[in-house]
Design a protein around this ligand. Structure first.
Ligand code: NAP
Length: 268
């Protein structure tokens, strides 16, 4: 993370942030957490269950971060976050929502593999959770607070096997705009980063993900994969005063892949 750490050590000095979605050291949320900590923020990380608690606790200790339980499908957990951060002195300056889930068997083949229950789960965990979290934290945000979620280009273009997650990300991006419009008058900003494919636990559940990585590396304008550092750098911009005029935005952080259109096989 050296490239992010050096230029902006005090960008988030004195700011308090809540980050959901650290599963392991490959998580996009972990890259953002490290960069935010290095920029001076005091963090709280969440874990969704006991198995992940054991993994997140030592990682949180590295950043002197607090930890709280939050399965986003549990309204009691969301309300618990709201109550905790509404207390005087606990209010938040930024929130990172890096949570998504769809059944693995629905992330291969065609979208007609999607079951009613699979649709409900994917949309609930990957989209509703951002709305529910924002609602729960509404009374716990400092003026100028910044909310951030993570999305992927499969929301607007058809990506093989991404299926129901593409539908969920389209809903999440739309929710980002509605939340930005609703919270904007209070000075709260809401944005999304659309990251290129990165080899994480969640991403490995997508059928043919290895092929997606190879294609991205070979065809993206920068001819390389997107990194945790790329995403963390963009997150620092959106979470800090540097991004003070930006809200309702889906910021592409994908080494430029989204600008490339269909290329006929006989044109180099
Ligand atoms: P990751 O490390 O696997 O993180 C996903 C996180 O979501 C995990 O911590 C996971 O916990 C959590 N989660 C799932 N269900 C949950 C629930 N009910 N309550 C609370 N947390 C829950 O993968 P990642 O790639 O960093 O994903 C973070 C975000 O980036 C996701 O929104 C993803 O769609 C987005 N994104 C990723 C890529 C990529 O290529 N990696 C590209 C663009 C966007 P469990 O491990 O317990 O399920």
């Amino acid at each position: 993370m050296d490239t992010i750490l050096q230029p902006v050590p005090q960008l988030l000095a004195g700011k308090k942030g809540l980050i959901l979605g650290v599963a392991n050291e490959w998580s996009l949320a972990w890259g953002i957490a490290q960069a935010a900590h290095a920029a001076g923020a005091k963090l709280t990380l969440t874990y969704p269950n006991e198995a992940l608690q054991r993994r997140v606790l030592p990682m949180a200790a590295q950043l002197e971060a607090d930890v709280m339980e939050c399965d986003v499908q549990d309204d009691g957990h969301l309300a618990g976050l709201g109550t905790h951060f509404a207390k005087a002195g606990n209010q938040l300056d930024f929130v990172v929502h890096a949570v998504a889930f769809a059944n693995k068997e629905e992330l291969k083949g065609g979208i007609t593999n999607t079951t009613r229950e699979g649709f409900r789960t994917a949309l609930e965990v990957s989209c509703y959770s951002f709305i529910g979290l924002t609602k729960a934290l509404a009374g716990a945000l400092n003026p100028g607070a910044s909310l951030l979620t993570l999305t992927y280009e499969g929301s607007t273009k058809v990506v093989p096997n991404y299926n129901i997650m593409g539908v969920a990300k389209a809903a999440l991006e739309s929710a980002t705009r509605y939340l930005a419009a609703e919270l904007g008058p209070q000075g709260v900003r809401v944005n999304a980063i659309s990251a290129g494919p990165i080899n994480t636990l969640a991403a490995r559940g997508i059928g043919g993900f290895g092929g997606m990585l190879k294609h991205h590396e070979a065809t993206a304008p920068l001819r390389r994969l997107t990194t945790q550092e790329d995403v963390a750098g963009a997150a620092l911009y959106l979470l800090s005063g540097l991004g003070s005029g930006t809200t309702g935005e889906v910021l592409m952080v994908d080494t430029g892949a989204h600008i490339i259109g269909p290329t006929p096989a006989n044109v180099s």
